[in-house]
Structures are given as structure tokens and as C-alpha cells.
Design a protein around this ligand. Structure first.
Ligand code: CAA
Length: 248
């Protein structure tokens, strides 16, 4: 069997980079798709994954643009083969309290974090269903489960991803395609580093394991869900948050 092809949006980001590496180590051909305009980070990423050679490749995508997304995915499939695994890890924050939030801050976060999931899934789900195999993993957030002060936009988008995940999981369950979400807690990424020091230290003090998560600790769960053998897990959300939020 030829190698499974995995597309990771936000692939050069804090979590995305580790997800790409994990999937490559498990023998997948990985496309890290992200904004080409992040030129400096693209170059850095190239160095970080150099040891993987051809197995990890960067390709440009703007997940917020429906038509652009469809075109980018078509081009990627033409170059690397049809996509078996899609990981939606592209995400942004525009943190501010609702009373100060402008429409752009709301729309940007909804369009990228939630609209992006629609745009990419829409472009791959038919092919996956026809071929009888697919793995989709949406990277949500603990803040989509609990809400977070200063994140009405982000919490709404991340909570929306759960509803999307469950609905799509039902639609494609008989086609060999699974759709799940992973909800990371606070991890050692640039996004979390950007939180004000006093707020961040308060958050860390409330994480039962007493530290931030490592991106690799999220990536191994994504890798697990993407395995051929994980076909009976669908419509699920797996929290990976150091005990920050517990539910059943
Ligand atoms: N909890 C409780 N009260 C808070 C607060 C908080 N987190 N943040 C601010 N306040 C208080 C302020 O002290 C202020 O009180 P007073 O009016 O008595 O002075 C009041 O709320 C109103 O504050 P402002 O409207 O002026 O808001 P701000 O500009 O001070 O702060 C904020 C807004 C910067 C967004 C801040 O709330 C914050 O940093 N929140 C946390 C954001 C966060 O966790 N982001 C996560 C990013 S990482 C990520 O998203 C990854 C992931 O998935 C986990």
C-alpha cells in the first residue's frame, strides 16, 4: 500500500509542526499547509523538518478563503496524491473582552478557526468517502469547552468545531471516514507565550499537572486518531489539558 497522505493546516504553527513530525514518523507523507506570507516561519520550518526530507513538504493555503482552499487542495492532490488524513490545526486569536471587540476581530476568528474547517473538509470529504477511507481531526481547545475571559470569538469558534465534528462524523460514518476533535489545554506555543505574564501564571497555577503541555503531547493523540486501526472512534472529542477541565 502506498503511503497515506496527510494534510495539516496551520502546519508550520506551534502545534502543527509537531503534528507534522509525528505523522511523518508514523510513515505518512505530510503536507504542512499554511500562509505563504509567513515567509520567515516557512524558512525556519524547513530547517526544523529537514531531517524528514521529502516526507514533509510545505504548501501554501489560506483556510479562510473557500475558493482558494479548494484550489490549493486540488493542486496538493495533483502533486502528492489524494488526501487520506486531514488535520485542521490552523487557528488564530484576537483576544479582547466583548465590550471592546470589533466586527473584524469577531469575523477573523470565526472565518479562520471555524470557517476554515468547513472550507478544508468540504474540499476533501467527497474523495475520502468515495475511496472508503479518511481521517479528519479538528484541533479545538479547552476554551471551547469552558469559555475564557477575553475570548468570546475564539470560544465560540472552538465550541462550534465540536458540533461540526459530530455532525460530519454521522454523515460519513458508513464511508470509512472518521471525524474527531482534540481539545488541547494550555501548551508551550507562541500563542500561549503571547498572553500577559500575570494572566498566564494564574492559568498555569490552575493546571493540576502544574505545567504547560508540550506540543508533542497533543501530536501523539492526533497521530493515534489518524491510525488505520482507529476506525471505531468517531464523533469524539479528546481533551489533552493536564486536568485543567474535567468532564465525562
Ligand atoms: N479573569 C478575570 N478578570 C479579568 C481577566 C481574567 N482573565 N482579565 C481581565 N480581567 C479583569 C480586568 O482586571 C478588569 O478589571 P477592572 O475593570 O476591575 O479593572 C476587567 O476584567 C475588564 O478588563 P478589560 O476589559 O480591560 O480587559 P483587559 O484588556 O484587561 O484584558 C484580555 C482582556 C487581555 C483578553 C485578558 O482578559 C486575557 O488575557 N484573557 C485571557 C486570554 C487567554 O487565555 N487567551 C488564551 C490564548 S492561548 C489559546 O487560546 C490557546 C488555547 O486554545 C488554550
Amino acid at each position: 500500500m502506498s503511503k497515506r497522505v496527510a494534510l495539516v493546516t496551520g502546519g508550520i504553527g506551534g502545534l502543527g509542526t509537531e503534528i507534522c513530525k509525528y505523522l511523518a514518523r508514523s510513515g505518512r507523507r505530510v503536507i504542512a499547509a499554511d500562509l505563504a506570507s509567513r515567509a520567515e516561519r516557512v524558512a525556519e520550518f524547513g530547517k526544523e523538518v529537514a531531517e524528514f526530507g521529502d516526507q514533509i513538504r510545505f504548501e501554501p493555503i489560506n483556510v479562510g478563503d473557500f475558493d482558494g482552499c479548494a484550489q490549493a487542495i486540488k493542486a496538493i492532490e495533483g502533486k502528492y496524491g489524494t488526501i487520506d488524513i486531514l488535520v485542521n490545526a490552523a487557528g488564530i486569536t484576537r483576544d479582547t473582552t466583548l465590550r471592546k471587540m470589533n466586527a473584524q476581530q469577531w469575523n477573523d476568528v470565526i472565518d479562520i478557526n471555524l470557517g476554515g474547517v468547513f472550507n478544508t473538509c468540504r474540499a476533501v470529504v467527497e474523495g475520502m468517502s468515495e475511496r472508503g477511507f479518511g481521517r479528519i481531526v479538528n484541533i479545538s481547545s479547552v476554551n471551547g469547552q469552558t469559555g475564557q475571559f477575553g475570548q468570546t470569538n475564539y470560544s465560540a469558534a472552538k465550541a462550534g468545531m465540536h458540533g461540526f465534528t459530530m455532525a460530519l462524523a454521522r454523515e460519513v460514518a458508513r464511508k470509512g471516514v472518521t471525524v474527531n476533535s482534540v481539545s488541547p489545554g494550555y501548551c508551550r506555543t507562541a500563542m500561549v507565550a503571547a498572553i500577559a505574564e500575570n494572566v498566564r501564571s494564574q492559568i498555569i497555577a490552575n493546571i493540576p499537572v502544574g505545567r504547560l503541555g508540550e506540543p508533542s503531547e497533543i501530536a501523539r493523540v492526533v497521530d493515534f486518531l489518524c491510525a488505520d486501526e482507529s476506525g471505531f472512534i468517531t464523533g469524539a472529542n479528546i481533551p489533552v489539558n493536564g486536568g485543567y477541565f474535567m468532564d465525562f
